[in-house]
Design a protein around this ligand. Structure first.
Ligand code: TRP
Ligand code: SF4
Length: 556
C-alpha cells in the first residue's frame, strides 16, 4: 500500500471466532476445518444477535497489509495461501506454554521449533516485537506485551521497541505525539512484567546499531521487491521504504552479537515483513549449503531431477561402478516428460559427459568475502573439490557443513543470521461487534481507560446471547461468537483455564445469562485496569532511570 492507505489499527483486527472453548485443542480443529462456514452462518442469521451487535461485513479475501486495515475472515487461508503453520503442531514441544498458546489465541507460527528447542535445552534465544506509537496501547497490544514477557520469563533475551520512524513516515505522526504514545507503550509493557534490566527497550530513531544494520540490509533489497510485497509505487515515500528496512533490522537486531533463534510475536498483518526478513537473513549469509550431484551449478528443480536420475540408476549398480553424467542424461530423456527444466538438465549433463554423477554437499559462495571463501576451503576436511563459486565436499553431511559454514562466516566478519521465527495471534473482536479498532473507542478497551469506563464498555458490549433469557436457557449462548467470552479467554481468566472453560460450558449449556456474565467480566476488567494503572504509576517514577529517551528533540 502506498502512504495514502487509510490508517489501520495495529494488532487489533477482528475475527468472529473466539479462539477458545470447551476443549482448546478441539476448538482449534474446528476453526481449521469449518471456520469459514461457521462465520458465514453467523452472517446469515444476524437477527440472532441479541443486543444490537452490528452485522459483520461480508467475507473478504485475506489480504495481509501491514499499513492497511487487514481483516482475517478465514484463518485457513493463512495456512493454505501464505504457508503459516498451525501452532497446534508445536505446542507439545513448548515447556510451560502460556495460556495464549494453550488456548489457541496464538494460532500460527513460522519456524518456531528452533525457539522451542532452545527453550527446552536452556540455550540462548530471543523474543522481540515492536509497537507503532500512533495511539494508546489497548487490550489487543497486551497480547503481544504478554508474549514478549513470557519469553523473557522462559529465559529469552527480550526486546520491546517503539517503531517511531515507522509512525512518522508511514502514518505521518508528529514527534511530540509519538513521544507521548511511546511513553505509554513503555509504561504498559513494564507494568505487565517486562524486566528492563534483563531485556532491552529502544526506539528505532535512537538505535544506531539498528540504523547501521538497516543500511546493510537495504543493499540486499530493491524497489521492485518492495513493490511486489507491499504494493509500493512511484508515489511511495522514501522514508516509508526506509521504515521497512528498519523493521528488517529490528527483527535481526537480537542476533547482532551472535546468531540465535529469535521469535517475533505479531499479528498476521505483519507476515509480509516476516517473509522478507527471513529472505534477507538468508541473503546476508556468506554461504549457502545445498546438496548437489555434479560439478555444474543447478537450480532447485534441476537438482531434484538429478536426484531422481541418481536414485534410479544407483539402484542397479555394483559397489565399484560409477554413473556418468551422460547416462543420467539418457535416463532422463527416456523417463521424464519433456519440459524446459528437463531440457536444461540434459544439456548440462551432456556437456559434463563422462564426469561421474555423485552426491555431495555443496557450499555456495553467496556473499562471502574472498578471505572467508579461502578460509572455508581450508576448513573443509576430507575429499573436496574447489570451483570458482562453490566448494563440493564428499565427506561432510549437510548439517555439519551448515555448522562449519556459519563458524567460518562468523570468524570472518559475517553475521551468520538464523532465519527469524514468528508467532501469530488472532485479532480480537471489537466490543461492539465487527472489528476492534483504535479509532472507535467503544470497540476496544485502552490500557489507559478509566477503570469505570472499562467497566461500562464491557457492560455495553455485544454478546453471543439469545434475545430472551428463556431462549438462552433453552439453546445456550453462542460463546464462540461472543466478544465478552473472548475477553475472558484472552485476558480476564488469566492463567486459569478451568475458569475460562467454566464460563464457556455454562454459556453454551444455557446456565449462564449475559447480564450476569457481563457484570462479572466488567468487574474483572475494572479490577484489571486499576491494578495495571497502579503499576504504571509506579513505573512512571522510574522512567528516568531507564535507558530509553522518551523526549526526542526532532522537528516535524
Ligand atoms: N510494523 C509494526 C507495526 O505496525 C511495528 C514494528 C516495527 C515491529 N518493527 C518491528 C513489529 C519489529 C515486530 C518486529 O506495529
Ligand atoms: Fe457471551 Fe457470557 Fe452471554 Fe455467553 S453468557 S453469550 S459468554 S455474554
Amino acid at each position: 500500500m502506498t502512504s495514502e492507505t487509510p490508517a489501520g489499527d495495529e494488532g487489533s483486527l477482528d475475527d468472529h471466532s473466539a479462539a477458545s472453548g470447551t476443549d482448546w485443542r478441539e476448538r482449534s480443529k474446528t476453526l481449521r476445518s469449518d471456520g469459514g462456514e461457521r462465520i458465514d452462518d453467523s452472517r446469515s442469521s444476524p437477527e440472532l444477535r441479541s443486543d444490537g451487535g452490528t452485522e459483520a461485513e461480508g467475507p473478504d479475501d485475506v489480504a495481509l497489509d501491514p499499513w492497511g486495515s487487514s481483516t482475517v475472515s478465514d484463518y485457513r487461508t493463512l495456512f493454505e495461501q501464505f504457508g503459516i503453520e498451525q501452532f497446534d503442531e508445536v505446542l507439545a514441544d513448548v515447556p510451560n506454554p502460556h495460556y495464549l498458546l494453550r488456548r489457541g489465541v496464538i494460532f500460527g507460527h513460522r519456524d518456531y521449533r528452533p525457539v522451542a528447542r532452545a527453550m527446552r535445552e536452556g540455550e540462548a534465544f530471543a523474543a522481540l516485537s515492536g509497537f507503532m506509537p500512533t495511539g494508546d496501547p489497548h487490550i489487543g497490544h497486551k497480547l503481544v506485551f504478554d508474549e514478549i514477557i513470557w519469553h523473557q520469563q522462559q529465559g529469552g533475551d527480550a526486546y520491546g521497541l517503539i517503531a517511531d520512524l515507522e509512525a512518522h513516515s508511514a502514518r505521518e505522526l508528529p514527534w511530540d505525539e509519538i513521544d507521548e504514545h511511546a511513553t505509554n507503550y513503555v509504561l504498559s509493557l513494564l507494568a505487565l512484567g517486562f524486566d528492563p534490566e534483563a531485556g532491552e527497550l529502544y526506539r528505532q530513531s535512537e538505535n544506531r546499531a539498528v540504523q547501521d544494520l538497516s543500511f546493510e540490509l537495504g543493499a540486499e533489497a530493491n524497489f521492485s521487491e518492495l513493490q511486489a510485497i507491499y504494493d509500493f509505487d512511484g508515489e511511495t515515500d522514501i522514508s516509508h521504504m526506509q521504515s521497512v528496512v528498519t523493521q528488517m533490522a529490528d527483527i535481526l537486531y537480537p542476533q547482532l552479537e551472535e546468531p540465535k533463534p529469535t521469535v517475533i510475536p505479531v499479528g498476521p498483518d505483519q507476515d509480509p515483513h516476516m517473509r522478507l526478513a527471513r529472505d534477507l537473513a538468508a541473503r546476508m549469509r556468506y554461504f549457502g549449503v545445498t546438496r548437489a550431484y555434479a560439478s555444474f551449478a543447478v537450480t532447485e528443480t534441476e537438482r531434484e531431477l538429478l536426484g531422481d536420475a541418481y536414485e534410479a540408476l544407483d539402484a542397479d549398480l555394483d559397489e565399484d561402478e560409477r554413473i556418468r553424467c551422460i547416462e543420467a542424461a539418457d535416463w532422463i530423456e527416456a523417463e521424464i516428460v519433456p519440459d524446459e527444466v528437463r531440457q536444461r538438465v540434459v544439456e548440462k549433463l551432456r556437456s559434463a559427459g563422462k564426469e561421474p554423477l555423485r552426491p555431495r554437499t555443496r557450499f555456495l559462495d553467496r556473499n562471502a568475502t574472498e578471505a572467508a571463501f579461502e578460509a572455508l576451503i581450508e576448513a573443509v576436511d576430507g575429499e573436496k573439490r574447489v570451483y570458482d563459486e562453490h566448494i563440493d565436499s564428499f565427506d561432510l553431511d549437510r548439517e555439519t557443513a551448515a555448522e562449519l559454514a556459519r563458524e567460518v562466516e562468523l570468524a570472518n566478519g559475517g553475521y551468520g543470521f538464523l532465519p527469524p521465527s514468528s508467532i501469530y495471534h488472532r485479532f480480537m473482536t471489537g466490543l461492539t461487534g465487527g472489528k476492534m479498532s483504535s479509532s472507535i473507542p467503544a470497540s476496544h478497551i485502552s490500557l489507559l481507560d478509566d477503570p469505570e469506563d472499562g467497566y461500562d464498555k464491557v457492560k455495553a458490549a455485544t454478546t453471543g446471547g439469545r434475545e430472551t433469557a428463556e431462549k438462552q436457557r433453552e439453546l445456550g449462548g453462542k460463546a464462540d461468537e461472543c466478544p465478552v467470552y473472548e475477553l475472558y479467554a484472552y485476558l480476564l481468566a488469566g492463567d486459569d483455564d478451568e475458569f475460562a472453560k467454566d464460563v464457556y460450558d455454562e454459556c453454551v449449556g444455557g446456565e449462564r445469562l449475559c447480564g450476569g456474565c457481563k457484570e462479572q467480566a466488567a468487574e474483572l476488567m475494572e479490577q484489571f485496569l486499576e491494578d495495571h494503572q497502579e503499576k504504571r504509576d509506579e513505573w512512571a517514577d522510574e522512567l528516568d532511570e531507564l535507558d530509553i529517551d522518551l523526549d526526542s528533540d526532532r522537528k516535524g
